[in-house]
Design a protein. Structure first.
Lengths: 798, 425
């Protein structure tokens, strides 16, 4: 009977198994409740494959990694007060059910409102920061059981693994109220024997706390919000809510640069440097999160409300001004030191893409250094900081992990000679530099390696298309010119010239064949230094810098009316002094009005005989501007025929007036989005030159024969056979063709209903068995999205 | 039968003595009990709590099925004599600046009821020709001016804020109570201007700004109002234009603060400023999160979300309160889980959880005359919507009363800090 029962049971089981294989995957039970952080366990303790339908693993303690299994993830759930286990090393990630004896997906109970997790100590323990309880829960990773809960002073904001100068390991806990970085002793755990059921194991039997004394807490200068810690170098980075700055915190003497000391004059652990980006007039709101790039060059600070990513030069302890570091620089059009991002980027992860171009003799490798940011629109964007090409003697590193993660051993690699980054900005300006000067700035020698460094400092373009001019240039010919033109041109006179596909190289010479030709604008070119050829020699490759282009229409008008000025009826003639004309609120400095320009009153005067001087066409009421202040201009009569010979009087112009200002013998240049540049700004009652005006890029006007430099283009109006007159204008369109390099955070195999809405964390995973991946933890949808970098497949766990 | 007839006659006679122009149609709600309570307000003297009872199941007659309970906060007693009848589906109640008038929104017929507050706050009533009556029908506003062609109040008025404007008219200063209303359906926000808090001469304007406006708050130190919507993903800011005669002429849109991009309808339920007006907090259900907005955190000192903190499911309200210990806390009831999460605004962290019982809806904190120093009384009141009076279970058909008020201790020096210390029902 017993044998028959067993056979029947086995047969039933086999049937069930077969049926299960043929059925689609079971829908996932909901087990995540506001996941906010995931940490990877990889190195000492590993997880066996999760293959059972009920997502359980064996009840024995987890295996040692050298004996099998894969790395896995630990995710804190802020709403359920649980630490979940995620199998990340298999083809499809899964939440692990730790105890099938209980309904649902069992996770590890921790303290209330857990917000952070880190693997600490010798890799056998995890630490979880609990905000409501003000405590740290330690978890035995062999048995996935909570060991103990340790109270901390203040509200824990983050927990990291740290090692002090004596080699003792602690959980570094960053707290608010008091604002400090505290050191909490961590246990280490032995693996129980295989005959132990991990579900019922009491970890106090196999885990012991280190008896050593912890360093005193380190006081922080503000209320901390995020910390990144590199335990290999002993250097940490802290950002705040009430301080627009980032602290460098050294926990060990080797983290100090040469001659570097603690800011408070004490000893490590201490703050050794600080970068700040705010100003006195603006209230501080701090930043969102801080991350360090794995090559050790940069530290990234995400500033969600200001839509930017700040980049800090780690070795030089300096904030890099992105508006100057990009080439051509964004300044003076922008003084924002961060990389402009999309709106509401909530999480960032450093990313370095390494491409081996030549394996050895010599080795040639290209790095694309930057970050990924996740925003609340379900998109994951690539941000570029710098591209680096390196040629070196010897062989390329055997793997990405050996170069990046093995902090101690990577110095032995030939490719380690490539780990150099110059200070930004590199200086100079590719608009004005020749190619020799460009190469000088971009090419470096470092420990026998030849490096080409190209700053990016912007969102990466996914379309790789070129910005260009489009359509046809249009022109407007004043009537008085038409007759002259017809004498010169045989046949019909068409207005408009087709534009050849752009861009064209700077060196291309163009000679206009008719007066209607406008020399094609040269786009501001992005110059990239590359290493190529045999022998490898650096060279410059140019292509349009899409990021700075704007899709808009440009107008070039001879003695054109300065745009946006005087169109509303607000101008006023001063009541007692007709030489003073008040703008009614328009700022003349910002508009670019200059002495020598001409004011034209467009509104008709009062229709009375005493105002006859001003009657007639608008042109009659034109005056020369002899002085300019922010809201007022001084005017004088133009002593020529056809112009009023008396200054305007209030009796004849007794209401708000429309007016315009036109330069003399100059072309006005403006973009429909970029506007017209002005080198002036108001300071008190005067117009003064703006910072950066000397660059020549802020002016919105140009003379015939001279070169105009705009925010991203330059142009030249050549002399023609007919002199230009007021009213002659040309327009052309620029198409940006910039497509953000972005991916949608959405599962590949399902409807888009579960797209990410509020990402809390982005993390690049090492290869845990299923290839490298990028993970997005979403606290809004209660999901963790996993995107395989090789296949592009996106799965999720919930 | 004969006895019943006598009783009926007595009821009718009593009703006529009450001052109504017409006899009531039964049933009227009992005035000494709660019945599906939502909005609340505390009199500035701290002595009285006002609770809007909604008659949510329409057990009682629709147009007067709701009440506003006047509760003595010392004794916990509902003062039935001072409790007026209001329309069903009431929403929120706010007092004007000098606590002489109370304004109540209700959705039965889309009205705002203008009640007079007794001198010490011990009663609310509708004033008719100098007489205090419990029947609020003469004090209900659906249209201003109340003539043909007058502006009609938009559908489903719910959220409420009251501010004040002063104009000099005929050489004399005149006070205008400005009542700002959000509407649960449609996209309208409204402002009404009541001269000296009275209905005659009042004016009304509305504008489409945000979909499903749940609550409206004024920003301290400004004249701006901020509305968050259930069916939208933004907070809209506006300012009413009050002309020299104290009439509201227009609603001027000021700015829009985006809460989410992927989610079109965040279902915002709670909104509140800190005392400086520099920080704005919004609790949403999609996702369940508290959005912390720095009013000058963005580029060019524009308002932007600085951080989003996960919350328990179904937040229903948000109250910002600076305790006597100087700590600013944000209280967010979770309707689903019967608790209140306490967020430390400085730490941007959930630091406590208060179990209060089923269906917490609205919360109001004690008057500023209390809560000044640790050790002094400081209480908060939480309306529990669909729960039996004396047990934490859902109301049953036939229950005489439904709902109760949890009284919380907010004195940081107290041993019962952040616990329920009493019930009102």
């Amino acid at each position: 009977m017993r044998i028959r029962t067993s056979i029947i049971a086995a047969g039933a089981l086999a049937t069930l198994t077969t049926v299960a294989c043929q059925q689609p995957p079971q829908p996932q039970l909901v087990s995540l409740q506001a996941p906010v952080k995931i940490a990877v366990v990889d190195g000492v303790v590993c997880l066996p494959s999760v293959e059972r339908v009920d997502a359980t693993v064996a009840t024995t303690p987890l295996p040692r990694c050298e004996e099998g299994g894969q790395g896995f993830g630990l995710v804190v759930n802020q709403r359920s007060d649980k630490l979940g286990v995620v199998a990340l090393g298999q083809a499809r990630p899964r939440m692990v059910n730790l105890d099938s004896r209980r309904p649902g997906v069992t996770a590890i109970p921790v303290g209330r409102s857990p917000v952070d997790v880190a693997v600490v100590g010798d890799g056998t323990v995890a630490a979880v920061a609990n905000q409501i309880d003000g405590s740290i829960t330690f978890v035995d990773l062999w048995t996935l059981q909570p060991i103990s809960e340790v109270s901390v002073e203040g509200t824990p904001q983050a927990v990291v693994a740290v090692t002090d100068e004596e080699g003792q390991r602690f959980a570094g806990v960053m707290t608010g109220g008091p604002n400090e970085f505290a050191f909490v002793a961590v246990p280490s755990c032995e693996r129980p024997e295989d005959d132990q059921d991990r579900r019922d194991h009491d970890p106090e039997q196999t885990c012991t706390f280190d008896e050593g004394s912890a360093p005193a807490p380190l006081a922080l200068p503000g209320r901390p919000v995020s910390v990144e810690f590199d335990d290999v170098s002993g250097l940490g980075f802290v950002i705040y809510r009430d301080l627009d700055g980032m602290s460098f915190v050294a926990l060990r003497p080797e983290a100090l640069e040469e001659d570097e000391v603690c800011l408070d004059g004490g000893e490590v652990p201490c703050e050794v440097a600080r970068v700040e980006w705010g100003d006195e007039d603006t209230p501080a709101f701090g930043a969102t999160s801080v991350k360090a790039d794995p090559l050790g060059f940069f530290v990234y600070v995400l500033d969600r409300p200001k839509n930017r990513l700040l980049v800090v030069d780690r070795a030089r302890r300096q904030l890099i001004d992105a508006s100057m570091a990009m080439e051509p620089p964004l300044q003076p059009f922008s003084t924002n030191p961060g990389i402009p991002l999309v709106r509401s980027a909530t999480a960032v992860a450093p990313e370095v893409t390494r491409i081996v171009l030549e394996e050895d003799s010599p080795g040639l490798v290209r790095y694309e250094i930057g970050a990924r940011v996740a925003a609340d629109n379900a998109q994951l964007y690539r941000v570029g900081v710098a591209n680096l090409e390196c040629r070196f003697e010897g062989s390329a590193a055997p793997s990405w992990e050996s170069l990046v993660l093995d902090g101690a051993g990577r110095g032995e690699l030939d490719e380690a000679a490539c780990l150099f980054m110059p200070a930004f900005p590199l200086g100079g300006d590719p608009d004005f530099d020749d190619e020799e000067e460009l190469l000088d700035r971009r090419i470096f020698d470092h420990e026998g390696a030849l490096l080409a460094v190209n700053p990016v400092f912007g969102l990466r373009d996914g379309d790789l298309r070129e910005g260009q001019f489009v359509g046809r240039a249009q022109c407007v010919h004043p009537e008085e010119l038409v007759a002259q033109m017809e004498e010169l041109v045989e046949g019909s006179l068409t207005c408009g010239t087709p534009l050849a596909p752009q861009p064209v190289a700077r060196s291309v010479e163009t000679t206009p064949s008719t007066f209607t030709d406008v020399d094609r604008a040269d786009l501001m070119e992005f110059a990239e230094a590359i290493l190529d050829g045999d022998p490898i020699a650096p060279m410059i490759e140019r292509f349009p810098f899409d990021l700075r282009l704007v899709s808009e229409e440009w107008t070039v008008a001879y003695e054109g009316a300065i745009p946006g000025l005087g169109g509303n009826e607000r101008g006023l003639v001063e009541a007692t002094d007709g030489s003073r004309f008040l703008t009614g609120g328009a700022n003349l400095c910002n508009a670019g009005v200059e002495v020598g320009d001409r004011l034209r009153i467009l509104s008709a005067p009062v229709n009375e005989s005493r105002c006859a001087e001003y009657q007639g066409e608008e042109r009659v009421r034109t005056y020369e501007i002899v002085a300019v202040s922010p809201f007022e201009m001084s005017i004088a009569v133009i002593e020529e025929d056809g112009f009023a010979q008396e200054l305007p009087v209030r009796e004849c112009f007794n209401r708000g007036l429309r007016y315009e200002v036109r330069p003399r013998e100059e072309w006005v240049v403006w973009g429909s989005q970029s506007g017209m540049g002005s080198p002036w700004e108001a300071e008190g009652t005067q117009c003064v030159l703006r910072e950066g005006a000397e660059s020549g890029r802020l002016s919105g006007r140009v003379r015939t024969g001279e070169e105009y430099f705009g925010p991203y283009l330059s142009l030249r109006i050549h002399e023609g056979e007919v002199d230009p007159v007021e009213g002659l204008s040309y327009t052309f369109r620029v198409e940006r063709n910039f497509g953000l390099d972005a991916e949608t955070i959405s599962p590949s195999r399902q409807q888009s209903l579960v797209q990410s809405v509020l990402p809390a964390q982005v993390l690049f995973l090492p290869d845990l068995g299923a290839g490298r991946a990028v993970v997005v933890v979403d606290q809004g949808t209660d999901r963790i999205y996993v995107r395989n970098l090789a296949t592009g497949q996106v799965d999720y766990v919930r | 039968m004969k006895n019943l007839s006598i009783v009926m006659c007595l009821v009718v006679w009593a009703a006529s003595l009450w001052g109504c122009t017409e006899s009531y149609v039964e049933p009227l709600p009992p005035r000494g009990q709660l019945y599906y309570p939502i909005g609340m307000e505390v009199h500035p003297n701290g002595q009285f709590l006002y609770v809007v009872n909604t008659n949510f199941d329409l057990r009682y007659r629709g147009n007067l099925g709701g009440t506003v309970s006047v509760v003595d906060t010392e004794t916990g007693e509902i003062l039935s004599g001072g409790t007026p009848f209001v329309p069903s589906y009431g929403g929120h109640l706010r007092l004007n600046e000098d606590a002489t008038k109370a304004f109540v929104t209700s959705r039965f017929n889309n009205e705002v009821t203008v009640l007079t507050v007794a001198a010490q706050g011990q009663a609310l009533y509708c004033e008719v020709e100098g007489e205090a009556v419990a029947d609020s029908r003469p004090c209900q506003v659906t249209r201003l001016p109340d003539v043909r062609g007058g502006n009609r109040l938009a559908i489903d008025p719910f959220g409420l804020a009251v501010t004040r404007a002063i104009r000099t008219i005929g050489g004399e200063e005149q006070v205008f109570d400005l009542v700002h209303v959000s509407h649960l359906r449609g996209e309208q926000v409204s402002t009404m201007s009541f001269p000296e808090g009275e209905i005659p001469g009042a004016s009304l304007q509305s504008a489409a700004l945000v979909s499903g406006g749940n609550q409206v708050v004024s920003r301290p130190g400004t004249q701006d109002l901020y509305v968050a919507g259930r069916s939208d993903n933004v907070v809209a800011a506006y300012r009413p234009y009050i002309n020299e005669n104290g009439q509201v002429e227009a609603i001027v849109r000021r700015e829009v603060i985006e809460l989410a991009r992927r989610e079109d309808r965040v279902d915002a339920r709670g909104i509140g400023f800190d005392e400086t007006g520099e920080w704005l907090y919004v609790a949403t259900r999609r996702p369940n999160a508290l959005h912390v907005i720095g009013m000058e955190a963005g580029a060019n000192r524009t308002p932007r979300v600085v951080r989003s903190i996960p919350l328990e499911q179904n937040p229903s309200e948000l109250v910002v309160h600076e305790g006597a210990d100087g700590v600013r806390r944000i209280y967010i009831p979770s309707y689903r889980h019967g608790l209140i999460q306490v967020v430390d605004a400085e730490q941007e962290a959930v630091v406590d959880v208060i179990e209060v019982g089923r269906n917490p809806y609205h919360m109001v904190v004690d008057s500023p005359v209390h809560c000044r120093v640790p050790g002094e009384r400081c209480q908060a009141y939480v309306s529990l919507f669909d729960v039996r009076a004396e047990e934490d279970r859902r109301c049953q058909e036939g229950d005489e009363s439904c709902g109760r008020i949890a009284v919380l201790d907010l004195d940081p020096a107290s041993e019962t800090f952040h616990t329920v210390i009493d019930w009102i029902y």
